[in-house]
Design a protein around this ligand. Sequence first.
Ligand code: ATP
Length: 215
Amino acid sequence: MLDAMRTRVVGLTGGIGSGKTTVAGFLADLGATIVDADRIVHELQAPGQPMLEDLAAEFGREILDASGALDRKALGAIVFADPDARLRLGRIVHPKVGIEMLRQVTAAREARVPLAVADIPLLYEGRREGRDTAGALGVEGVILSWVPVEVQIARTMERDDCTREAAVARIRAQIPIDEKRDMAEWVIDNSGNVADTERQVRQLYEKLVEAEPGD
Ligand code: ATP
């Protein structure tokens, strides 16, 4: 009886252009709470938020644009070439993102939502941070939105109107999607049409909310 009201908590990840956003949308339609790491990062870094001041204090006011908002390109240029700067950025950002994600998962548990989904784009690439966050949230396993790499390239080129070289370069900066496939507990094959993906997502949702943990 108690178990029937228990919120299952899973992670969701993908690779560039693999359909993670599409899968998250279908899960939300089915009633899952999506705890979106990227959105939380953006909200915590909005003008007026203490994190933006912390970032400016650490990296200089040149990371702010004329309106006082975060200039992601400027910050990216600083941390891109400097591993130590990346570490310092992570120390400012990750703990607060983790706390907010935990707050949202806890709210989903209290509301007895059947499924809470921690949407973490670079769950595997983040290594320690990604795993620490997933562990703190009580994530039972990870859903991967997967497509073959050729489809990943084609959809990224089309969506971002970029060259094949540009798409391949961005994809190469991530763990290959087929390696992620070996690490994930559940895989949605998003290489077909969106109706096919929706059907798979519904089946997985039903399996997750109806089954005992470990299934
Ligand atoms: P990113 O992490 O790069 O933002 P994503 O993994 O969230 O990408 P989506 O934004 O869902 O991926 O999908 C990438 C692109 O492919 C989008 O333009 C989307 O409309 C399209 N797309 C997603 N799924 C399908 C599908 N099954 N068939 C055709 N196009 C699709």
